[in-house]
Design a protein around this ligand. Structure first.
Ligand code: FE
Length: 182
């Protein structure tokens, strides 16, 4: 059961990890850089794995191509959260689900944050609905995973550096395994 789930994750990275979705680095590099930023930040294992797998929904149902190719929002955060929730706890799943709304939150709070987004991130931001209204801001702030979602968002934005070599996917196998809860 555990090993099947791990295999599924590894196969997704094998098949789709080289895809770029409009960024300067590919999805495997992006995932690994985000996980490394979480590790350097002293994040708990669950948040490190959330950082590693936050975009796994891009690999399912062509979601990753949605914005660039079709001009629609592929809802990869929901697809990814659903995939991960089969075996991983809410401390992994919820920050993944919330990493898009976290971007919308930060853009609404701070114009300079929006200006710092990559162009692919800005494109998807517009398709994802842009700024939040007051109600949306409050709802997100009262979510128990609010802090972790914002931390994950910072790793997501930072993990886009060309030629930054970080530890490989295999490094995280044991950590994922020990988080598997069902
Ligand atoms: Fe990302």
């Amino acid at each position: 059961m555990k090993s099947e789930f791990l295999n599924e994750i590894w196969q997704l990275f094998e098949r789709f990890g080289d895809n770029q979705y409009g960024e300067a680095i590919n999805q495997r590099e992006h995932a690994l850089q985000c996980a490394e930023l979480a590790r350097e930040d002293g994040a708990a294992d669950a948040l490190i794995i959330a950082a590693l797998l936050h975009d796994v929904g891009q690999f399912i149902n062509d979601a990753g191509d949605a914005a660039e190719r079709y001009g629609i929002d592929g809802l990869h955060e929901e697809t990814g959260a659903a995939f991960l929730s089969r075996h991983l706890p809410a401390t992994v799943v919820e920050p993944v689900r919330l990493h898009v709304i976290a971007k919308r939150y930060l853009c609404t709070k701070d114009v300079s944050y929006e200006q710092g987004l990559s162009s692919a991130s800005l494109l998807s931001y517009r398709l994802q609905g842009g700024r939040l209204d007051e109600n949306g801001m409050h709802r997100f702030e009262s979510n128990p995973h609010f802090d972790d979602a914002l931390r994950l968002r910072r790793y997501d934005d930072g993990g886009k550096r060309p030629s930054w070599a970080v530890p490989a996917l295999e490094t995280y196998r044991g950590m994922i395994e020990s988080l598997i809860c069902r």
